[in-house]
Design a protein around this ligand. Structure first.
Ligand SMILES: C/C(=C\CNc1ncnc2c1ncn2[C@@H]1O[C@H](COP(=O)(O)O)[C@@H](O)[C@H]1O)CO
Length: 266
């Protein structure tokens, strides 16, 4: 490719965006020329700069889709909960209670307890939101989602669970559920967000974890006893929703009115 004759002598100035280039710094091709020339392989779509744009677009799409959905509660729970189990039934009742309270029900959009909560929400006439995630064993969004968004990146999706929820209700679950639960607790404990209602549902299931936190982590000094106050445990779906609404109201009352309904994390 021939060098640009205009830029080849030191006295000529070449403007590339905000940068001024002279002499040897003058490129041989214009930016447009590079954009419009033939295909350059496809490896660049797997480079970090390109990924940054994809991550940015996930935030833009997520914020765009959820900004106008109204107040909601994020409901978590195991992807493996069978449809014929009592926990599935509990999930349906949680989703229905969320919808009856006039709140959107946000889940991970997958099977098991997520599907149960979406089913309850949609059957009760509510907004049933599924924030799906690309996984190697892709299952797709469950059929009870009436607003679904699929994410590539877990961390983008997790931002949405927190940003658009008044609080969390957590059904029995495994690693994914614990990850979501402890992310929220960590954000509150480190004061990245102000108090955020977190309600575990199913006291029998959660007793072991809470017992370990109280009996091992507190005495070891790795958490403070006050950290446990961030978590509430109930068995009744209506009570779980009531606790989130009360907690959210308490947070709103404490908030400086000039901050509107925005959370303090930036
Ligand atoms: C395991 C199977 C499918 C997994 N599909 C999922 N779809 C959407 N979200 C998921 C999935 N698996 C985990 N999650 C997220 O983690 C939480 C559940 O994880 P757990 O380890 O099962 O507790 C859940 O809240 C999701 O956000 C095939 O059955």
């Amino acid at each position: 490719m021939a060098a640009l004759s205009r830029g080849s002598s030191p006295e000529n100035v070449y403007q590339r965006g905000p940068a001024q280039l002279r002499g040897t710094q003058v490129p041989s091709r214009t930016t447009d020329e590079r954009l419009l020339e033939g295909r350059d392989g496809s490896g660049w779509v797997h480079t970090d700069p390109w990924r940054v744009l994809r991550i940015q677009s996930e935030f833009v799409e997520g914020f765009g889709a959820l900004a106008e959905t109204g107040p909601a509660i994020s409901v978590f729970g195991s992807a493996r909960t069978p449809r014929d189990s009592p926990v599935y039934d509990l999930g349906v009742r949680v989703g229905a209670a969320v919808a009856r309270a006039g709140l959107g029900c946000i889940t991970g959009g997958g099977p098991g307890a997520m599907e149960a909560a979406n089913k309850g929400a949609i059957e009760a006439g509510g907004v049933s939101i599924g924030l799906g995630i690309e996984l190697p064993f892709e299952a797709g969004l469950n059929p009870y989602v009436n607003l679904g968004i699929n994410f590539r990146y877990f961390f983008v999706r997790k931002t949405m669970f927190i940003k658009y929820a008044e609080g969390f209700i957590v059904l029995p679950g495994g690693m994914g559920t614990l990850d979501e639960l402890f992310e929220a607790i960590t954000l509150v404990q480190t004061q990245k967000i102000r108090s955020f209602p977190i309600v575990l549902i199913g006291s029998d299931y959660w007793a072991g974890l809470l017992g370990w936190l109280r009996g091992s982590a507190v005495p070891a000094g790795t958490i403070s006893a006050a950290d446990l106050d961030l978590i509430q445990v109930v068995d009744d779906p209506e009570e779980a929703v009531r606790r989130v609404i009360e907690g959210a109201r308490h947070v709103a009352e404490q908030r400086d009115p000039s901050h509107g309904t925005e959370r303090s994390q930036s």
